[in-house]
Design a protein around this ligand. Structure first.
Ligand code: PLP
Length: 402
């Protein structure tokens, strides 16, 4: 009997649906089709010049070697200062560890804590990678559907109902990918009241979109509303989205020392230290002029307003205006059951997305990938011209349905 080549942990997970959608769009483009790509999950801006200059300077000064495992002193000082200045949260240097992107931070936090059968509460719609990361670490994702009628947010009642003796983590992502939904201070207080009754539940906050806010509000944090949770909370963040630095691969975790020490051990035996040059760039980003954030957010806001208006004018579609992040989560429930000009009946949001791609060359990602249907996600991290063209094509495709 031959043993399988790949481990069961690999067989439990699937490739990222957004990557697959982007691949399909690129394939069609290669075939000569005109494609409007609304899949992208990264800022369309260049990394600000002063950050690139800091990286060049670091390279030229010879900062091209391994660093301390937890990250350079400069980077961790910048993170400590950032958490204090922007979030009013006090963390020591030994309560921070740098990782190769927030993605690796989340995966590593699961890897150091999950045993087979441990549960992670993942409010849906969720970022596509969460459930698969839990599965890859032998855990069980417990997804909780958070409907649009509650602004895609988890209620205290839902949280209470989802907690079992095996619950290890509650995962919070605010503003959220894919909906942009953002929790308020009061909502965090109410969730924390439930968590107070269940001291075995730890909290992981993915704050990667915290700066991309359209309502002028500062993103609240559960630790503002419930400082008593600090001993069982890990803060995950990074520079990818805020500073248009997706390719630099710098994320971090802030949390109690025992977690950081465990992460240090795991990362020292797996990824090793993160890129020294990128660490210098990330420190410069956090310490330097922050005006890039306001400028880019103003552009995202214009795009959001324009696209939400265009999509809501399409009979059969509706789109809630997100408070943050750079995605729209478009409700396409009225298209289910309709007939395409090719005579196929649309059964679900995957069919909607396939139809938009095949008929008009618009690439988006089906809501099923995010755990809440029937929706599709479109990114607004692309130019207003591309977005307007995308919305025009979507409107044409929808109008052609019977
Ligand atoms: N968390 C969320 C919610 C994301 O949408 C993404 C990227 O799409 C990440 C984390 C990954 O960030 P990083 O580039 O730092 O790995």
């Amino acid at each position: 009997m031959s043993t399988p080549l790949f481990a069961s942990r690999l067989r439990r997970i699937k490739p990222s649906p957004s990557t697959s959608a982007a691949d399909r769009a690129n394939e069609l483009r290669r075939q000569g089709r005109s494609i409007v790509n609304l899949v992208v999950g990264e800022p369309d801006f260049d990394t600000p010049a002063f950050i690139r200059a800091a990286a060049a300077e670091a390279m030229n000064k010879g900062q091209t070697r391994y660093t301390l495992m937890a990250g350079t002193v400069e980077l961790r000082q910048a993170i400590v200062a950032k958490l204090e200045r922007e979030n009013g949260l006090a963390y020591g240097m030994d309560e921070i560890i740098a990782t190769s992107g927030a993605k690796s931070a989340i995966y590593s936090a699961f890897a150091i804590t999950l045993e087979a059968g441990d549960e992670v509460i993942v409010p849906a719609p969720y970022w596509v990678s969460y459930p698969d990361m839990v599965l890859a670490c032998d855990g069980t994702p417990v997804t909780v559907a958070c409907p649009e009628s509650n602004d895609f947010k988890l209620t205290p009642g839902q949280l209470e109902a989802a907690i079992t003796p095996r619950t290890k983590w509650l995962l919070i992502n605010s503003p959220s990918n894919p909906t942009g939904a953002s929790y308020t201070f009061e909502e965090y207080k109410a969730l924390a009241a439930v968590l107070d009754r269940h001291p075995h539940v730890q909290v992981m906050t993915d704050d990667i979109y915290e700066h991309i806010r359209f309502d002028g509000e500062r993103t609240a944090h559960i630790l503002h509303a419930a400082p008593q949770l600090r001993d069982r909370t890990l803060i995950v963040n990074g520079v990818s989205k805020t500073y248009a630095m997706t390719g630099w691969r710098i994320g971090y975790i802030a949390g109690p020392r025992p977690y950081i020490q465990a992460l240090d051990t795991l990362l020292s035996q797996s990824t090793g230290t993160c890129c020294a040059v990128s660490q210098a760039a990330a420190a410069a980003a956090m310490n330097g002029d922050q005006s890039f954030i306001g400028e880019s957010v103003a552009i995202y806001r214009q795009r959001r307003d324009r696209c939400v208006a265009l999509l809501n004018a399409v009979p059969g579609l509706s789109c809630r205006s997100p408070e943050g992040a750079f995605y729209l989560y478009v409700n396409c429930s009225a298209l289910i059951g309709r007939m395409t000009p090719q005579g196929t009946r649309i059964q679900n949001d995957a069919d909607v997305v396939m139809y938009l791609l095949e008929s008009e060359g618009v690439a988006a990602v089906a809501g099923v990938a995010y755990g809440l249907s029937p929706y599709f996600r479109m990114s607004i991290a692309t130019s207003i011209e591309v977005l307007e063209e995308g919305c025009r094509r979507i409107a044409r495709a929808v109008a052609a349905l019977d």
